[in-house]
Design a protein around this ligand. Structure first.
Ligand code: MN
Length: 227
């Protein structure tokens, strides 16, 4: 058996220090900072984690110019910590088991067609066109887990050098190990999986020409431009 045409190349993310992390799946959690849940009109304590996915080929690397998404008039940025998994498993039993899967961390942006998301919420429909579109997952270089301490790190997002998000990572409703455990109860996780861990308050619209910068602690960063 051979492929009837050349399969597309595997998406990857640069690793700080060298090499490329091969991307398998991109998982995302919604509603993980109480203040962002409130700004979206929700109740932070009301529900279990909300998960959605993006296709692996939505990943875009550091320093790229990303076209303003088609079929929207309300493209939003969401600055997020991204966790890269180097191990796998399902129904993980402990936070230690979850933490052991982590290869490294990166700064990412969950680009969102907010107009599509609002219509999906109203209709009770799927979020795919709101979240899983082309170029919707820009990610900066991955720093290996043993080289970084995020325990007192802040996440900062700016658009055209104006600060738009600035929050301590410890404000997450579900911390990283709990997210991985909850995901492992829904999916068998594998090496190459990426997990977007949710955004704090301050999200907003982008326009062509905007420059977006996301920084987490002193090691993780992402810059990109909307074309
Ligand atoms: Mn998000």
């Amino acid at each position: 058996m051979s492929f009837v045409f050349e399969p597309p190349s595997r998406p990857g993310v640069a690793v700080d220090g060298g090499g490329v992390f091969p991307v398998r799946r991109v998982f995302c959690i919604g509603r993980n900072y109480a203040d962002h849940v409130r700004e979206m009109g929700g109740d932070p304590k009301s529900s279990a984690p909300v998960f959605f996915t993006k296709p692996a080929d939505a990943v875009v690397g550091e320093g790229e110019t990303i076209p303003y998404a088609q079929a929207t008039t309300n493209l939003h940025f969401e600055g997020e910590l991204v966790v890269a998994l180097g191990g796998g498993g399902k129904d993980l039993a402990s936070e230690d088991a979850a933490a052991a899967l982590i290869y490294g961390y990166a700064a990412g942006c969950d680009l969102t067609r907010r107009d599509h998301q609002a219509r999906a919420k109203e209709a009770g429909g799927p979020w795919d066109t709101a979240k899983a579109f082309d170029h919707s997952a820009p990610i900066g270089a991955i720093v290996k887990a043993d080289e970084i301490d995020l325990s007192s790190a802040r996440l900062k997002s700016s658009v055209n050098d104006e600060t738009r998000q600035d929050v301590m990572l410890d404000q997450m409703i579900w911390p990283v190990p709990e997210i991985i455990i909850a995901l492992s109860e829904q999916f068998e996780l594998k090496p190459g999986d990426l997990v977007f861990t949710g955004t704090p308050e301050g999200v907003g619209p982008l326009a062509p020409g905007d420059r977006i910068e996301i920084a987490i602690g002193d090691r993780l960063g992402l810059n990109f431009k909307i074309g």
